[in-house]
Design a protein around this ligand. Structure first.
Ligand SMILES: NC(=O)c1ccc[n+]([C@@H]2O[C@H](COP(=O)([O-])OP(=O)(O)OC[C@H]3O[C@@H](n4cnc5c(N)ncnc54)[C@H](OP(=O)(O)O)[C@@H]3O)[C@@H](O)[C@H]2O)c1
Length: 288
């Protein structure tokens, strides 16, 4: 690996962005991390700021961790979600062509409609059922067509940085005597730490991958949110009630079954994931 390469990170204050910044500090890559304050990709002035930073830093890779990720709010704020998750990627792809860098981008299991009960492969046709998923699908198409990007779809990200389902449930179980958790939406959670380690050690600097490739990155096994909460509750021993998603008033529809099949990443990228239970238990040791 040529670790003199330069990596620019957008969305550096998000959970994945912070995980990259933290991991890359231990390497000799040259890193520039930009938050929304430094480059707001939802409008042309912010994109001009991003271009100015790129001209100065001259990255080999741009890791895009910036996204409009609020699934429920996106139903009302579709215009801004589209600008960040889709339109901005057209502008970034043009910059990549002009200024000669590659793009690593993250998409989501929410591009699928959630039908069926077989893990979704890269060959399966996406059919988003909410605005967030729709804008993420538009964004991944733009980058795949650019031929300059590698797109990884992930599901249920969590990290010690930022807020996420395991951290929230761990806090609530510490505060309350009982919790209701949805048990009819199936996928698998993804710990950002091993994801980032995999990306940096196996993918970055593999220039031939950045040609419009799409891969599913997922941990082994599948589960409902209730199953995830049940592992977190092993320490708290509170009352956990399994409830149907109809009992939760969520603005956006969620796919019922969105487990991502990782067979292709295993075969072509050398992915050897832990089970989601192993990773979650390791994560809980860090945050508890
Ligand atoms: N979280 C999940 O469960 C999940 C699941 C599947 C896929 N993904 C994908 O994984 C990637 C990383 O997600 P994450 O969980 O790390 O998200 P996150 O914690 O919400 O972070 C998103 C980052 O994007 C930044 N951002 C938002 N609007 C921006 C704008 N207009 N200009 C520049 N930056 C902007 C945010 O900045 P501010 O904090 O300042 O707003 C934040 O730093 C995203 O592509 C997401 O779609 C996430």
């Amino acid at each position: 690996m040529n670790n003199q390469k330069k990596i620019l990170i957008t969305g550096a204050s998000g959970q994945l962005g912070q995980e990259f910044v933290s991991y890359l500090k231990q390497t000799t890559f040259q890193v520039k991390a930009l938050t929304r304050l430094e480059a707001d990709i939802s409008h042309s002035l912010g994109l001009a700021d991003l271009k100015a930073e790129i001209l100065l830093f001259k990255p080999d890779f741009l890791i895009n961790c910036a996204a409009y990720t609020s699934v429920d709010m996106a139903e009302d704020k579709g215009v801004i979600a589209e600008r960040v998750n889709s339109d901005a990627l057209s502008a970034i792809a043009v910059m990549a062509q002009e200024l000669d860098f590659k793009i690593l981008h993250f998409s989501t299991d929410y591009v699928f409609d959630g039908s069926g009960d077989e893990p979704w492969t890269e060959e399966d046709e996406p059919f988003p059922i909410n605005i967030y998923g729709l804008t993420k699908r538009e964004g991944e198409l733009i980058l795949l067509e650019s031929g300059l990007a590698l797109v990884l779809r992930v599901s249920g990200l969590y990290s010690e940085f930022g807020s996420n389902f395991p951290k929230t449930i761990n806090r609530l179980l510490g505060e309350r005597d009982e919790l209701n958790i949805v048990d009819d939406q199936f996928s698998s959670p993804t710990w950002a730490k091993p994801l980032v380690e995999f990306v940096v050690t196996k993918l970055i600097c593999n220039f031939e991958l950045f040609n419009g490739s799409l891969y599913h990155y997922s941990e082994d096994g599948e589960c409902s949110w209730y199953d995830v909460a049940a592992i977190i509750n092993e320490k708290h021993k509170k009352r956990l009630n399994a409830v149907s998603s109809n009992e939760f008033l969520q603005v956006a529809k969620r796919p019922a079954y969105s487990k991502l099949d990782n067979t292709l990443a295993r075969k072509n990228l050398g992915l050897k994931p832990n089970t989601w239970q192993e990773n979650l238990k390791e994560f809980l040791k860090i945050i508890q």
